[in-house]
Ligand binder design. Sequence first.
Ligand code: NDP
Length: 241
Amino acid sequence: MVQSLKGKTAFVTGAGKGIGRAIALALANEGVNIGLLARTETDLKETISRAEGLGVKAAYAAVDISSLTDVEQSVKKLTDELGAADILINNAGIGKFATLLDMDPEEWKRIIDVNLMGLYHVTRTVLPQLIEKNRGDIVNISSTNGLNGAATSSAYSASKFGVIGLTESLAQEVRKNNIRVTALTPSTVATELAIKTNLIAENNDEKYMQPEDIAEFVVSQLKLHQRIYVKQASLLATNPF
Ligand code: NDP
């Protein structure tokens, strides 16, 4: 029997656009209160305005997740406004691609600082709330680049392989607390990130997966009976050729 998500609270990182926004809105559509994190305040406000009328509470905090102390303050703000989280969606991330030697060392480090350290910062801050409830869900967005390396993806792949390692380890730590920790490894999704990194053309071709497709999967996964969880799932476009 599927479980209803209505009345739960989810914190979603990178909820200002792309996959994060789609997941936040899909959750709100299920009656979930949403706490949104990203750097750009105008984007977060836009997500909140799109959730208006769905009858849920929404709050946001503008934050760069690469700073642990800033994350701690932001999560406190969301918790003060919405209460403790039941669901954490670790989605925020950046994508930059160049050969190991061509990429500036600061840029290489920045990808790790956001995609891996940022995810760790948010998880470390929110996890005690789930443990306290003795129940919860964490969904970490990795990538196909977290399963396979490719020329020009050393930093991105290192960060996304790291996300899978963190996910698998944490999942084993917190199963006894009824907390399900999942890693998703999508292939190309039609978002700003994919356009900026030349993975897709600007025409947002329907043959590619859309952010709403990933959101639909996440909602259905969260609705599974609490006794079962998805350890890892690869999501691919059926016919992108
Ligand atoms: P977008 O660029 O569309 O959105 C990324 C979101 O993350 C934005 O809201 C952005 O907001 C936020 N973000 C970026 N850096 C930070 C930061 N330092 N602190 C807080 N928030 C941050 O990307 P996608 O929706 O495409 O990507 C979402 C996730 O999915 C990423 O982890 C990405 O690696 C992963 N992914 C994407 C794929 C794709 O093809 N699009 C495929 C597989 C995985 P702001 O800039 O305002 O901070």
